[in-house]
Design a protein. Structure first.
Length: 190
């Protein structure tokens, strides 16, 4: 016979994940949920500001709805520097505008909802690394103040952290998402 203190559950109920899953227990899980929500909102805000021209990074007259070209505007600007500038100028097109805007909407929405965090981490990190390389921070007088780790890299790290820790399970739809038959058959969709 086994003492009750030696019994360890093999499956946790979706409603009450064990506090030991994340360092800091409940507080740690909530901190990661806040990181997830904040990071997701950065991507979603980029979509909203560029679509509607809310006047922050994008003036109304240059919004996507008013004929602005979000990726072409960036890829053709002086912000793109360094040896990869011809590559980035060469891919600027209406197709990259659509792909960029769909990526911002999809990544932002999924991360805020806490679903598809693995896919979002990969896609979002790829976008962030490409933007980091486009701005080529490795030379003096670059727009970045740190040639190795700037906000693009931190956003990529944040995406990886929220995906790796299942941060969508707290204040998100992560647990429900994981129970879907499609996701159970394809765990990469978690």
């Amino acid at each position: 016979m086994t003492a009750t203190s030696d019994i360890r559950p093999t499956d946790h109920t979706p409603e009450r994940p064990p506090a030991a899953d994340v360092p800091g227990g409940v507080i740690g899980r909530r901190a990661l949920a806040l990181l997830r929500l904040g990071t997701g909102f950065i991507f979603l805000w980029a979509f909203l500001d560029k679509t509607f021209g809310l006047g922050f990074a994008t003036p109304t007259d240059r919004s996507w709805l008013n004929g602005g070209a979000p990726s072409q505007g960036f890829l053709g600007s002086d912000a793109v520097t360094g040896p990869l500038k011809p590559f980035f100028a060469g891919i600027a097109s209406p197709a990259t505008d659509v792909l960029f805007m769909l990526a911002m909407l999809a990544i932002g929405s999924a991360v805020m909802l806490g679903i598809g965090l693995r896919v979002s981490a990969v896609a979002g990190s790829l976008v962030m690394v490409l933007m980091y390389l486009a701005e080529w921070p490795f030379v003096a007088n670059a727009s970045s103040t740190n040639p190795f780790v700037d906000y693009h890299i931190i956003y990529a790290f944040a995406l990886v952290a929220v995906a790796a820790t299942s941060a969508g399970d707290t204040w998100g739809l992560g647990r429900s998402w994981k129970r879907l038959p499609l996701v159970r058959k394809n765990p990469w969709l978690i």
